[in-house]
Design a protein around this ligand. Structure first.
Ligand code: GDP
Ligand code: IMO
Ligand code: MG
Length: 421
């Protein structure tokens, strides 16, 4: 059986921490999409680690970790990440597997990302500039290079052909990027990549499924950044919803079990694009400061606002979420009142449905107000101990979304998680 864990908002919901916690109950953790645009934070023996391409089960001795075929891999970023991990746990490589169908991010993909963003000016996506969009464009354009290609004697010729195409494209942009300086590291990292355990992942997973192994598919980004259903064009270039698991790992839908959907107790977004419940005021700044809302990869300030139940109901629906997990509830300890967006006013009408285009639609959120609480959730050892107002807040969210909350996270530590009976 394959359970799924994914973000329900615009990313950074705390997926890394939760996967690290749940990993004790799984044999395999598999990333199914995204790439080094992700930054999943875990604390291992009190030390902060940010994972980008590597699944968040890597610190558990019993867990195998797969970088699935739906992921785009920057060999240089991956090597750097592995070296950082090996310094903490020398044996991590034994537990790491890479799908041979996963596509590669080339230096010129990063250059194209930068050039494309610069050309967009004020309308830029706010990309992490890791080359994600251009790499997925080459995948769907049927020009991409895959991990399996590095084992072929024609790899350099294939590389040169693609780079020639990219050079022509870069010429169209009036934006200079010295990507040639990155090539030496790229080829060194490709050699390193060859030394990893490269597998035919769909058969590899099938074998483990037949042996009754439990698999957790780890999502990156968030559902509102999904290429099809997110706030297009301000999205990433992959399917971040549960549907992405089947094509991202090569597994049939009949294998999918529980779908864990993670939401913060409030909402954040990094990069450009619509965010109806955003707070451009002192409360938003306070959420950022208390919640330490700065990008794990880029260090950029995250935009902050109240939880948006309209958007959440949409993303719960898209992925068929069976269990909700609410993170960063402790951050709300410092706020009174606490608001939850329950509807949108669009053209003078109230709606619970996400409009087709959030960019050009004038949306005024409708809020329900909750009183703050005086007992800190951060110090509660179990859900029973949490203040009644918080319990009411959780109940309201559950009823609105039609899905039960399984866990409330009340701090950064692996064990700071309150199970709801
Ligand atoms: P991810 O991309 O979904 O894995 O999330 P990030 O790691 O980018 O961002 C989540 C941030 O919130 C990290 O710094 C976590 O350490 C932190 N975090 C996770 N859960 C909690 C929580 O319950 N409370 C607090 N205060 N911080 C949390
Ligand atoms: P995790 O897995 C938050 C955002 C970027 C930008 C848009 C497109 O840590 O939750 P891209 O680099 O994919 O071309 O950027 O998506 N973005 C993320 N925001 N968390 C992430 O990952 C993100 N990955 C991409 O900020 O707005
Ligand atoms: Mg993150």
């Amino acid at each position: 059986m394959i359970d799924v864990l994914l973000g329900l908002q615009w990313g950074d919901e705390g997926k890394g921490k939760i996967v690290d916690y749940l990993a004790k109950s799984y044999d395999i953790i598999a990333r199914f999409q995204g790439g080094p645009n992700a930054g999943h934070t875990l604390y291992v023996d009190g030390k902060k680690v940010v994972l980008r391409t590597i699944p968040s089960g890597v610190f558990h001795d019993h867990c195998l970790n797969l970088i699935g075929n739906g992921v785009v891999i920057d060999p240089v970023a991956l090597q750097g990440e592995i070296e950082q991990l090996v310094a903490i746990r020398p044996d991590v490589l034994k537990r790491l597997f890479v799908a041979h169908r996963a596509h590669l991010i080339l230096p010129t993909h990063r250059a194209l990302d930068a050039a494309s963003e610069a050309a967009k000016g004020d309308e830029k996506i706010g990309s992490t500039l890791k080359g994600i969009g251009p790499a997925y464009m080459d995948k769907t354009g049927r020009n991409g290079l895959r991990v399996g290609d590095i084992l072929s004697k024609n790899f350099k010729a294939k590389y040169d052909k693609l780079v020639q195409k990219h050079t022509d494209m870069l010429r169209q942009y009036n934006h200079q990027v010295n990507w040639q300086e990155w090539e030496k590291d790229f080829f060194a990292a490709v050699e390193y990549l060859k030394s990893l355990q490269i597998v035919n992942a769909e058969y590899w997973l099938e074998g483990h499924l037949k042996n009754g192994k439990k698999i957790l598919a780890e999502g990156a980004q968030g559902s509102m950044l999904d290429i099809d259903y997110g706030t297009y064009p301000f999205v990433t270039s992959s399917n971040t919803i549960a549907a992405g698991v089947c094509n991202g790992l090569g597994v049939a839908p009949s294998h999918i079990g529980d779908v864990y959907g993670i939401t913060k107790a409030y909402c954040t977004r990094v990069g450009s694009g619509p965010f109806p419940t955003e707070l451009n005021d002192a409360t938003g700044a306070q959420l950022r400061e208390i919640g330490h809302e700065f990008g794990a990869v880029t260090g950029r300030e995250r935009r902050c606002g109240w939880i948006d139940l309209v958007a959440l109901r949409y993303t719960v629906m898209l992925s068929g979420v069976t269990k909700l997990i609410m993170t960063k509830a402790d951050v709300l300890d410092h706020f009174n009142p606490i608001l939850a967006g329950t509807a949108y006013m669009v053209d003078g009408k109230e709606t619970n449905e996400l409009p087709y285009d959030l960019c050009d639609t004038d949306i005024t959120p409708v809020y329900k107000t909750f009183a703050g609480w005086d007992k800190p959730i951060s110090s509660c050892a179990n859900f029973e101990e949490t203040p009644q107002v918080f319990k009411d807040y959780c109940k309201f969210v559950e009823e609105y979304l039609g899905t039960k909350i399984a866990f409330v996270s009340n701090g950064t530590g692996r064990e700071q998680l309150l199970q709801i009976p």
